[in-house]
Design a protein around this ligand. Structure first.
Ligand SMILES: *[C@@H]1O[C@H](CO)[C@@H](O)[C@H](O)[C@H]1NC(C)=O
Ligand SMILES: *[C@@H]1O[C@H](CO)[C@@H](O)[C@H](O)[C@H]1NC(C)=O
Ligand SMILES: *[C@@H]1O[C@H](CO)[C@@H](O)[C@H](O)[C@H]1NC(C)=O
Length: 402
């Protein structure tokens, strides 16, 4: 079975929210499905835009940050986010279900290590809507961190350092130089870290160089790991009739697995799969698996990707939040007009004989609207050049035609 690194990684992000083995309550699995469906929709946009390039993405990370964003927005801006996500974080059942899901993901019964943390950094002197803080805390169990964005480099350091600590050093420079400026008012962030050992490691002696067939028809020689085992395996067809294989690689704690899927024929593009992917399809894969002896040949890989989320989110209908003249952040503060100036995600993953280490960080930066109302001097005007301490007018004139 030949595999594409792109889809393998994607599967990991999904495995994090579709953990099997622990008895999820109906509400919790519902929450997992909502979060996954939304995250996968964003992934599909990202994958379409990046065509033939590797992508590693965290559906859970992007859903976490947008759930927080829902609470800070109002009106049409908020409705667009709720419509795209398919749920309202404010509703009691949803909030409770998401919190339980969060606990389920982080619980000690997972053995393999998962940690996910949310944070909200707010400009120290921004006047918040009364009640925002306790409401936010009730839903996300995270306190608001106050920072002073006018000390640009210090604020950037604080956020990058938070990300670095919560990704165990894997992501160290989330916000590049210039990402934070005097107008930044709010940064919403999620950090996710995963470290899992394969239930059955690949023997080191089985790793040899082999050819990997790229989508453009060329080949590269890469280290391929091999393992003969009884794997959970199934075969599906896409709506347009292409067969594809799906195989499950469990991690040792038995709550997480990596699902790996690829079209059977090399000529069929991976997009035939990415275009139809959603939470339900992945559950159907899992539900149809049978244990079969197979020889698996899987490239060892390590990927890193940085995704600008603006276009993918806009394409899903969340346009107002990016428009300085339309964004509505009045659930957070009505002191200033705010809008989303940047949305990004950085992810790293390393897959080898012993297991997987992966980390992601997602952030949304909200800024004050810079442009005050325009004043356009497109008609005759007067000018005065004045020395202010003394009131002396040095020059004075009128411009009738520049
Ligand atoms: C196969 O799937 C079953 C049912 O989910 C699970 O209990 C088992 O651990 C899986 N085995 C492997 C080798 O993936
Ligand atoms: C098996 O796959 C089919 C679609 O091919 C789906 O309708 C069915 O629900 C799946 N079974 C399980 C148990 O998930
Ligand atoms: C796999 O990667 C992890 C993390 O980088 C490392 O600790 C481990 O030693 C590696 N295992 C092998 C067999 O190379």
């Amino acid at each position: 079975m030949q595999l594409s690194p792109a889809l393998a990684c994607l599967a990991l992000g999904l495995a994090l929210v579709s953990g099997e083995g622990s008895a999820l309550h109906p509400h919790q699995s519902q929450a997992a499905r909502l979060v996954t469906d939304f995250g996968v929709k964003v992934f599909r946009q990202v994958a379409q835009a990046s065509k033939e390039r590797n992508v590693v993405f965290s559906p859970y990370g992007v859903a976490s940050v947008l759930a927080m964003l829902q609470l800070t927005t109002a009106g049409e801006t908020q409705q667009q986010i709720q419509a795209a996500m398919g749920f309202k974080i404010d509703e009691k059942d949803t909030a409770t279900a998401l919190r339980r899901l969060y606990k389920e993901l982080m619980g000690p019964w997972n053995k393999d290590e998962i940690s996910t943390t949310d944070a909200i950094f707010v400009q120290r002197d921004l006047k918040l809507v009364p009640g925002f803080m306790p409401h936010f805390f009730r839903l996300f169990r995270t306190t608001i961190k106050q920072v002073d964005f006018s000390e640009v480099e210090r604020a950037r350091f604080i956020i990058n350092d938070w990300v670095k600590r919560h990704t165990k050093g894997m992501i160290s420079n989330l916000l590049g130089e210039g990402a934070v400026n005097q107008l930044t008012r709010l940064v919403l962030a999620n950090a996710l870290y995963f470290n899992g050992q394969w239930k059955t490691p690949f023997p080191n002696s089985g790793t040899h160089h082999g050819l990997f067939h790229k989508s453009d028809g060329s080949t590269v020689s890469v280290p391929m790991m091999t393992q003969t085992n009884k794997f959970n395996y199934t075969e599906f067809t896409t709506p347009d009739g292409h067969y594809y294989d799906i195989l499950e690689l469990p991690y040792h704690g038995d709550t997480l697995s990596m699902f790996i899927a690829a079209p059977y024929e090399k000529e069929v593009p991976l997009s035939a799969l990415t275009n139809i992917l959603d939470a339900q399809l992945i559950s159907q894969w899992k539900g149809n698996m049978t244990r079969l002896p197979r020889l698996l040949v899987l490239p060892k890989f390590s990927l890193e990707s940085e995704v600008d989320l603006r276009r993918p989110l806009e394409d899903l209908g969340m346009t107002d939040m990016f428009r300085p003249n339309r964004a509505d952040f009045s659930s957070l503060s009505d002191q200033e007009l705010l809008y989303v100036s940047q949305a990004l995600q950085k992810v790293k993953i390393e897959v080898n004989e012993s297991g997987t280490v992966a980390s992601s960080s997602t952030a949304i930066l909200v800024s004050a609207r810079m442009a005050p109302e325009e004043i356009i001097m497109d008609r005759p005007f007067l000018f005065v050049v004045r020395h202010n301490p003394t009131g002396t007018i040095l020059f004075l004139g009128q411009v009738m035609e520049p």
